[in-house]
Design a protein around this ligand. Structure first.
Ligand SMILES: [Mn+2]
Length: 334
């Protein structure tokens, strides 16, 4: 199914549906948050009743985008739903694999009507695409661009609020229009959203320029100990549980974007951020900018993502994990 036939299929299916549930991946990023909020506004404007439920909380810097409550799996609003309150459609956004949606999946049985349709709107490359209706296009830089195409298909005009939400999604997933996925499509989509009332400066200010000072103190600490491997073609910063506890004692850590600094070093082709997630467990985030397909690297560890931005979990001591990831990356570098 091409994504345009998916859009038409979704338009047809929506005509029989009153209540729609929307969700996205765990630890929602800017594209996830902006896309679910924008999609809710679009579906509400054609008369649907819509709830958003996400397994994790929305990071502080994206909360200014929230125009109406976003639920969690244990929210009171989702307890003991009567038959008429159940949802006839669930739409997953920006989730390369269904399991990335997290805890929400464990509750769908009690929220959904029998025979409810599952819709998958995404822009990741995936080997096993899920969903009854599939709108997946790995050529798009953000899920938000697919949401905009849906609005077009449905004939919905975007309000300034929706335009802002979708603009934030495109801006963050393209790294402020600087990553390799930035193309004329994403720039035209962004321009259209500005015409519809999105305010780029205000959105950038909220997301990038109002971070807690702890963010910069942790970043400074990490940059101070950046390591280079393989003639300076690989760089790495490693964030231990102790680091995190020192700078974010409440555990409410924000490290989004820190990995981008790893590829802003002269000569570096692949940058790695290691973050300790438990005793002997680490999450590796990788970035590349010379055409190396990181998916091939993280696949070895059961991870996924995009060609130039991917991640995976790795187990072992810090030194062992560094050795594992660096030796895998080296195989793909000349
Ligand atoms: Mn995305």
């Amino acid at each position: 199914m091409t994504h345009s036939s998916g859009l038409e299929a979704l338009k047809r299916a929506l005509s029989d549906v009153d209540r729609v549930l929307i969700s996205t991946h765990m630890n929602p990023d800017g594209d996830a948050v902006g896309s679910v909020l924008g999609l809710r506004g679009i579906l509400e404007s054609i008369g649907k009743q819509v709830e958003i439920v996400i397994s994790d909380s929305i990071t502080r810097k994206y909360r200014f985008l929230i125009d109406k409550p976003v639920l969690k799996p244990d929210s009171r609003e989702l307890e003991n739903l009567k038959e008429a309150e159940r949802f006839q459609m669930v739409i997953f956004l920006d989730a390369a694999e269904k399991k990335r949606v997290g805890d929400v999946l464990d509750h769908l049985d009690r929220w959904m009507s029998p025979g409810a349709l599952e819709v998958n709107i995404d822009h990741h490359f995936s080997k096993d695409v899920f969903g009854d209706i599939v709108i997946v296009d790995p050529d798009r830089a953000s899920a938000a661009e697919l949401v905009m195409q849906l609005a077009d298909t449905l004939g919905v005009d975007l309000s300034p609020v929706i335009a802002g939400q979708l603009f934030a999604a495109i801006m963050t997933d393209t790294g402020r229009f600087q990553f390799g996925n930035t193309d004329s499509h994403s720039l035209k989509a962004a321009a259209k959203l500005v015409e519809e009332g999105a305010d780029p400066s205000r959105i950038a200010r909220h997301i990038y320029m109002e971070r807690p000072v702890s963010y910069y103190r942790l970043l400074g600490n990490l940059l101070n100990s950046i390591e280079l491997y393989h003639d300076g073609k690989i760089s790495m910063i490693a964030m231990s549980s102790d680091n995190i506890a020192t700078y974010f004692p409440d555990g409410n850590m924000d490290s989004e974007g820190m990995v981008d600094f790893t590829t802003q070093v002269e000569g570096v082709e692949v940058g790695i951020l290691l973050r300790q997630t438990g005793n002997g467990t680490f999450k590796a985030s990788l970035r590349s900018h010379n055409g190396i397909d990181l998916r091939l690297i993280v696949e070895t560890f059961g991870g996924g993502g995009h060609a130039n931005a991917a991640g995976c979990g790795i187990e072992g001591s810090l030194e062992d994990v560094k050795e594992q990831i660096v030796s895998e990356v080296k195989k793909w570098l000349k």
